[in-house]
Design a protein around this ligand. Sequence first.
Ligand SMILES: NC(=O)c1ccc[n+]([C@@H]2O[C@H](COP(=O)([O-])OP(=O)(O)OC[C@H]3O[C@@H](n4cnc5c(N)ncnc54)[C@H](O)[C@@H]3O)[C@@H](O)[C@H]2O)c1
Length: 265
Amino acid sequence: MTRLQDRVAVVTGAAGGMGRAHCLRLADEGADILALDLEQHAAGLAVLAEEVESRGRRCVTGFADVRDPLAVEEAVNTGVAQTGRLDVVVANAGVYADLAPAWELSDESWQRALDINLTGVWHTVRAGAPHLGAGGSIVVVGSVNGVKGGASAAHYSASKHAVSGLVKTLANELGPQGVRVNIVHPGSVATPMILNDEVYAKVRPDLPNPTREDAAAALARRNILPVPWVDPVDISNAVLFFASDESRYVTGTQLVVDAGLTQKV
Ligand SMILES: NC(=O)c1ccc[n+]([C@@H]2O[C@H](COP(=O)([O-])OP(=O)(O)OC[C@H]3O[C@@H](n4cnc5c(N)ncnc54)[C@H](O)[C@@H]3O)[C@@H](O)[C@H]2O)c1
C-alpha cells in the first residue's frame, strides 16, 4: 500500500482511540508518523510507536497539550527536525465531557472545550502549516455536532461548528500554496470518548445504571444504518482520503462519516 509512500504525518491525540487508528492507517500506506499526545499518555505513545515500526515505518513521538501553543510548536519542530519533512497534519485531539444542558455548564467546562477543540486545532495547524509544501494536506477531525446541534453538548457543538469555519478559511488561505484543508465529521465512534458511563447515562436516562449494551441500543436508533457506532478505522479511511493525492483537488470540504445519523428522518 503506497498511497502515502515516504510522506510524514503529524497526528495529535495519537495515543487515543481514533488518533491511534489514524497513525496505523497512514503508516499502512507508507507514511512515517509524528505522534503527539499529553505526557500522561507516554505509555500509549510507546506502544503505538512499536506498532508503527512493526509496519516498517518510522514513528517519532512527542508530548504537547494542544492548549499550549509553544509546546505544540516545539513538539512539531523537534519532530520535523527528526523526520526531515512534513506532508500531512491531522488535528485530531479533542474532548467531549461534562455533558449538561447549556445553562448548567460551568465556565470551566465551556472554556476547556473551546480551548482544546478549537484553539488547540488552531495551534496545531499554525505549528504544522509552515512545514508543508505544495501537495500538503491538513485534516481536522470535527464531529456531527459541528453539523447539527447536540443535546447536553453546547460547548462541544459550538467548538466543532467553529472549527468547521476555521477549516473553510484556512482552505482559502493555504490553497494558493497548494496546501489543502478539509474536515471529517464522525458520528458515534467506538472509542473511550463515548464508551464510558457518563455517555451511557446521557443516552439512557431511563435506566439507573446503563451498560454499554443499553447505550448501543439507543445509539443504533439514531443511525440509518443498523449499527450503534462505527470503528475508528472508518474515520481513519476518510482521513487517509484527504491526506492522499486521491483528493488532490478537494479542499474546504466536509466529509460526514456517521452511519447516516445526520440524515435520519
Ligand atoms: N468518539 C466519537 O464518537 C467521536 C465522534 C465525533 C467526533 N469525535 C472527535 O474525534 C477526535 C478523537 O476523539 P476520540 O474518540 O479518539 O477520543 P479519545 O478520548 O479516545 O481520544 C482523544 C485523544 O485526545 C487527547 N487529548 C485530549 N485533550 C488533549 C489536549 N489538551 N492536548 C493534547 N491531546 C489531548 C487524549 O489524550 C486522547 O489521546 C476528537 O476531536 C473528537 O471530538 C469523536
